[in-house]
Design a protein around this ligand. Structure first.
Ligand code: AMP
Ligand code: MG
Length: 429
């Protein structure tokens, strides 16, 4: 389990630090605080290579072989000795055999000789260069190379170990396995590898107004969208999502849901119910169940955030507004889940883009406005989406990035350079 006296002590120590201000936590400070409390899962399991897709490596991978294992041809053509090539004129070489991929030629190439060879086939002893077949013709067992068909020694030859040297550390623990890594591991002949066990993340929505899919809406009710957006983000981070449904705003129901979630999962995430009006009764309950801190983050959207431990589980109480819930997830929960999975997360990909329209902003909080970035004449430009309300979920769907406006900055004019975080970079790990 991830909770430990270390985590509880850290929560205590940090929450008593002199610069700790729950009524105005900067995004960076909140992120750093959470980071201090995280200890990765350490349970490891051996899985078949295919099942390692999307998982986090729990071992360093040292290559037992060189890839490729032999020098081989990069082209279909003839393998020869560069020293036999006649400069500026036709070269005639006697063909003494053939090397196919998977069927090497056993002999050696002598002076004046060549070997028919195909892409990926092992280079024969004695040869150092391959000429492309397009620059040759063959007559009566003699290959005739056009003038200047070969220009340098070693041309069209791939070297043993040029992809991976034998004994090289190919991946280190904490690396996420994507498609290319799967292929690499296969190229090393590894059919099984060690990965960290999947992180179990339980989540539910709170709110009397929320209706689950399949039921009709009565007056004043809305469908619960947060649970689906959360499910999507969780799946893309490679955790095991445990959907606990909708829980009504009643202390007993909430307490039961939180307790059972904390018993079964490594992480518990809720949405709704942590805004100012509701915080007090939830606060009192969470204090009984564990150690949870309530923050007003200096960010927009997504001001309230609760973070702490419930029993052995990390707890994140996200705001109820759909855009706020997603923004807070992206900015805090994402990184925490990567760390807890044993991954070494890279900084979020961010680049500069030019605003195609002015944006309004009040200094004193970090804003994550939603925008659409595109390339125009080789320049990255970004257009804020029109509706920026924290309830307008369609703004997240229309956008492809956050426009990140730092704490101290104010409104920005058209043409200003701003930081942009692409959504796909936030989700992939
Ligand atoms: P709360 O944080 O509970 O005060 O909720 C703030 C706003 O978000 C309210 O308008 C809620 O109706 C809305 N909201 C809360 N939870 C959800 C949810 N799961 N799906 C959609 N909207 C929600
Ligand atoms: Mg609510």
């Amino acid at each position: 389990m991830n909770a430990s006296p270390h985590t509880l002590n850290t929560l205590d120590t940090l929450s008593h630090a002199t610069d700790y201000d729950p009524d105005s936590m900067s995004v960076d400070k909140a992120r750093a605080f959470i980071r201090e409390c995280l200890e990765p899962v350490c349970a490891v399991e051996r899985v078949h290579l295919r099942d390692a897709l999307g998982r986090v490596l729990a071992e360093n991978i040292v290559s037992p072989i060189a890839v490729p294992g032999h020098d081989n041809a990069a082209m279909d053509g003839y393998a020869l000795r560069f020293s036999d090539v006649v400069s500026g004129k036709e070269t005639r070489l006697q063909r003494i055999g053939v090397s196919f991929a998977g069927h090497p030629f056993d002999g050696e190439i002598g002076s004046g000789q060549c070997l028919r060879i195909f892409t990926g086939a092992v280079m024969p002893r004695g040869a150092d260069t391959v000429v492309m077949q397009e620059h040759t013709r063959e007559e009566m067992g003699v290959a005739i190379l056009a003038p200047n068909a070969v220009t340098s020694e070693g041309q069209n030859r791939r070297f043993a170990g040029e992809d991976i040297a034998s004994g090289a550390t190919v991946f280190t623990r904490g690396q996420r396995i994507h498609a290319a890594e799967l292929g690499m591991l296969a190229s090393l002949g590894m059919g099984e590898i060690s990965v960290y066990r999947k992180l179990r993340v339980a989540f539910f929505s709170t709110g009397d107004e929320l209706v689950s899919l399949g039921a009709p809406l009565a007056s004043g009710q809305i469908y619960d969208s947060n649970r689906y957006a959360l499910y999507g983000m969780l799946r893309q981070l490679g955790v095991e999502p445990i959907d606990l449904g909708v829980v009504v705003d009643q202390p007993e129901a909430l307490e039961a849901a939180l307790t059972s979630a904390a018993d079964t999962a490594d992480v518990v995430i809720t949405t709704g119910g942590v805004s100012v009006g509701e915080a007090d009764f939830i606060k009192a309950m969470l204090e009984r169940l564990g150690k949870v801190l309530f923050w007003k983050i200096a960010m927009k959207p997504g001001r309230p955030l609760a973070y702490g431990m419930l029993g052995n589980a990390h707890f994140f109480g996200l705001p109820g507004n759909p855009v706020s819930a997603m923004a807070v997830f992206y900015q805090f929960v994402r990184e925490a889940l990567l760390i807890l999975q044993g991954q070494t997360p890279a900084a979020l990909p961010t680049f500069r883009a030019t605003l195609t329209a002015p944006v309004k902003k009040t200094p004193g909080r970090t804003e994550f406005q939603r925008g659409v970035y595109t390339m125009e004449d080789g320049q990255c430009v970004v257009t804020p989406v029109s509706a920026q309300g924290s309830n307008i979920l369609s703004s997240m769907s229309r956008a492809n990035c956050f426009i990140v406006l730092p704490m101290d900055s104010g409104s920005q004019p058209l043409g200003a350079a701003v930081d942009v975080q692409p959504f796909h970079g936030l989700i992939t790990s």
